[in-house]
Design a protein around this ligand. Structure first.
Ligand code: NAP
Length: 257
């Protein structure tokens, strides 16, 4: 496993122990990093604080990514506690339940705006906040999580597919913008995993079964496998990789029929 020792990171998007962001937090901590976790709203605070108890000297902060003031407070606090920042993991995504079950053509303007704001724009806002702290360290690594629904149609993924397409494009533009400062920006496109966010997508179990039947590895992936790939991209082992969408999906993306 690549080392993250002497590195500090901010991880956004932990809801519970099934969250992909939580697996990344654990793997990053095991690899030697000190991490800050955020939670969205008081509802999740206790959960996230309890999970953070497993990490070495963590920082736990509130952050709703639609609130610029909260984002600013997070980076103030991270700077006070860590001095600088080596990596950011962005694992926040949201779409209204009806937009994940109604016909796509019914997607409302507000639903579109909300999904794109939480799931794509927030990567820009977090990258902007991280920039001065990463400059202090001479560079950094920013990582987000996406899904193949950005390129192909999956039943009921709907507006989240559009948001992921925007997110992947955002990765490339940020990578081009921040590369000269030695800040890398990448995404992992994970295969389907049963998490809280996934439970909002009707028919998700049939997507899982389809991957078991069709992916070259004939199975789905788990959060620890995504986390291992994440540690690579966050670490110096990934130092020449940027503007990339790394598929961690058992090879499903390569299949035709
Ligand atoms: P998850 O545990 O539900 O994580 C999603 C996180 O986003 C939750 O912590 C959620 O908090 C947070 N979030 C939503 N709105 C937010 C806001 N306004 N501010 C801050 N945080 C907010 O589900 P997950 O599957 O691990 O998702 C993590 C990422 O992986 C997402 O980008 C997802 O699209 C992506 N992904 C998932 C899969 C999969 O099959 N599970 C596959 C590929 C990619 P709340 O619970 O409070 O809403």
């Amino acid at each position: 496993m690549p080392s993250l020792s002497n590195k500090t990171g901010l991880i956004v998007g932990v809801a519970n122990k099934r969250s992909i962001a939580w697996a990344i937090a654990q793997a990053a901590s095991t690899a030697g990093a000190r991490v800050a976790l955020t939670y969205q709203g008081e509802r999740l605070e206790e959960n996230v604080r309890e999970l953070a108890g497993d990490l070495t000297d963590p920082l736990v902060l509130p952050c709703d990514v639609t609130e610029d003031a909260q984002i600013a407070r997070v980076f103030d606090e991270v700077e006070r506690s860590f001095g600088g920042l080596d990596f950011v993991v962005h694992g926040a995504a949201f779409a209204a339940r009806e937009d994940l079950s109604n016909p796509f053509v019914q997607t409302s303007r507000d639903g579109f705006r909300l999904a794109l704001d939480v799931s794509a724009y927030s990567l820009i806002a977090l990258s902007r906040g991280a920039l001065p702290l990463m400059e202090k360290r001479g560079g950094g690594s920013i990582l987000t999580l996406t899904y193949l629904g950005s390129e192909r149609v999956f039943q009921n993924y709907n507006v989240m597919g559009v948001a992921k397409a925007a997110l992947e494009s955002t990765v490339r533009y940020l990578a081009a913008d921040l590369g000269p400062k030695n800040i890398r920006v990448n995404a992992i496109s994970a295969g389907p995993i049963k998490t809280l966010a996934a439970s909002g997508i009707s028919g998700f179990s049939s997507i899982l079964q389809h991957y078991r039947d069709r992916a070259p590895l004939r199975r789905t992936v788990d959060t620890s496998e995504v986390a291992d790939a994440a540690v690579f991209l966050l670490s110096d082992a990934g130092r020449a990789v940027t503007a990339e969408v790394l598929m961690v999906d058992g090879g499903y993306h390569a299949t035709g029929m």
